[in-house]
Design a protein around this ligand. Structure first.
Ligand code: ATP
Length: 460
């Protein structure tokens, strides 16, 4: 990762300029805390999700996938505790009327307020530290009383009464509730045995009070979650295993270990056995990338109680019945994407010029290869397109005929394409092309007939 103080600004600008991330509804002035992923952003997102799905589901024999609906019966959110307790402490600046998360304001002056505290407790700490606090926007020091603000987003789905606020339906605040309510279905329909996991990737929605730092904290976002159901006695053994695997996942995406750390939750909610977050060293500080939590039997017990269904597991071999404990791994797609971009962003001096290069892991790069005919003449375009069509069967390949070859190389560097193929007039004679490596900028001549084998080796 570059040490640049303006790194965040540069990444935001690159994301817009090169089609990774756009502000939502931008032609109307933008919609706060919602972003759209552009043509290259969606490729990068998909590659991250594919890497996650591969390690969490396809590489394993004990984890199955799920795609549950965004909408669920409101009772699910009552049982999970979200309707009563899924809230953040909010205050409003009386001068500029901007709203802020009290725990974040306190954190900025080194005071800790945890999510377990009730409104009165947070108010007390807030009052005790008032002299140190100021509005992050206008610097005024006059605030409304603290109130707990529920983060669940409501909708009128299926409600035709005209007053949907009385019986709101919620957009899911996290994907894992869909996993808990399908635990029994999976158990009954698949030949899974404890320990086993259910994994899911999907959208979640939260009315975040302050949504800053680009795509780090948004009101609509995507999660990659896995709940691993275990015998109560084995919970901590599996918890430690999952902690190790989840940290390795980010290293395997090309993130340097020194930019990752564990953060232990000191004040656990009553049912949790242990909770750690994986943090990444973002340009705005160490922040949560993923949570790995040992949740006990809380979630299944709550849903069993509220639904009046038995959610126990019967171990036929041991003739033992129990409610499994859950080890949860919960990551954000956009937070991973941002971490990967921060890690990959590099500026290098090349012949008196600055080269911006995204040194993305090849498995994450939106395009693996770009085919660049040296001239727009048909005699080069035709063989270049033939190469493109051959490689496109295997990889996502870009084809670019605009501007000088130097500018085209720079563009591919900026979007992280690992290899560029230049088709020149010599190619017509020697049936070979120049392949340029993004990171070393070294070029080598490769026979067209060898390209598939060459890239199979390089990109495997
Ligand atoms: P934070 O403390 O940063 O608000 P959290 O502890 O509420 O996060 P979890 O509920 O544990 O987050 O959600 C699991 C993961 O989902 C997080 O580690 C993060 O990667 C992602 N996530 C949560 N909220 C958001 C959001 N508003 N925008 C983007 N990603 C999010």
């Amino acid at each position: 990762m570059s040490e640049d103080a303006n790194l965040m600004e540069k990444i935001v600008s690159l994301c817009k300029r090169r089609g990774f991330v756009f502000p939502s509804s931008e032609i109307y002035g933008g919609f706060a805390a919602v972003y759209d992923f552009g043509p290259l952003g969606v490729e990068l997102e998909n590659n991250i999700k594919q890497a996650w799905w591969k390690t969490m589901v396809h590489d394993r024999e004990d984890v199955v996938g799920l795609d549950s609906a965004i909408f669920m019966l409101p009772k699910v959110w009552e049982a999970s505790g979200h309707v009563s307790g899924f809230s953040d402490p909010l205050t409003e600046c009386k001068k500029c009327h901007s709203r802020h998360r009290v725990d974040h304001m306190l954190e900025a002056v080194g005071v800790f307020a945890d999510e377990k505290m009730n409104q009165e407790e947070v108010q007390k700490i807030f009052d005790e530290n008032l002299d140190k606090l100021e509005c992050p926007k206008c610097k005024a020091k006059d605030f409304t009383p603290v109130r707990k603000f529920n983060l669940l987003v409501q909708s009128n789905l299926g409600n035709f009464t005209g007053d949907w606020t009385k019986e709101p339906v919620y957009l899911r605040g996290e994907t894992c509730q869909g996993i808990y309510v399908n635990y029994k279905n999976v158990l009954d329909s698949m030949h899974v045995k404890v320990p086993f996991g259910i994994a899911q990737i999907g959208k979640a929605f939260r009315n975040e009070i302050t949504a800053r730092q680009f795509i780090f904290r948004t009101r609509e976002f995507e999660q990659m979650e896995m709940q691993y159901f275990v015998h109560p006695d084995d919970a901590m053994k599996y918890y430690d295993q999952w902690k190790e695997r989840r940290m390795q996942f980010y290293v395997d995406l090309g993130i340097k270990p020194e930019n990752l750390q564990w953060h232990k939750h000191e004040n656990l909610v009553f049912y949790a056995k242990e909770a750690y977050d994986i943090e990444y060293n973002y340009p705005f500080g160490w922040k949560e990338l993923e949570g790995v939590h040992a949740r006990g039997d809380y979630d299944l017990t709550q849903h069993a109680e509220h639904s009046k269904q038995k959610l126990e597991y019967m171990d036929q071999e041991k003739n033992e019945k129990y409610v499994p404990h859950v080890v949860e791994t919960s990551a954000g797609v956009a937070r991973t994407l941002l971490a990967v971009l921060c890690e990959a962003y590099n500026e290098e001096e090349v012949e008196g010029d600055t080269r911006v290069v995204l040194k993305l892991h090849p498995k994450l790069a939106p395009y693996k290869i770009a085919v660049l005919p040296l001239s727009k003449k048909d005699e080069l375009i035709e063989p270049a397109r033939e190469i493109l069509l051959g490689l496109k069967k295997i990889y996502n390949v870009d084809f670019d005929i605009t501007q000088s070859i130097g500018k085209r190389y720079r563009r591919q560097d900026e979007i992280g394409t690992p290899y560029c193929i230049t088709v020149d007039f010599d190619s017509l004679e020697d049936k070979a092309v120049t392949v340029r490596d993004r990171d070393t900028m070294k070029q080598e001549r490769i026979a067209i007939s060898d390209l598939e084998t060459y890239f199979a080796e390089k990109l495997s």
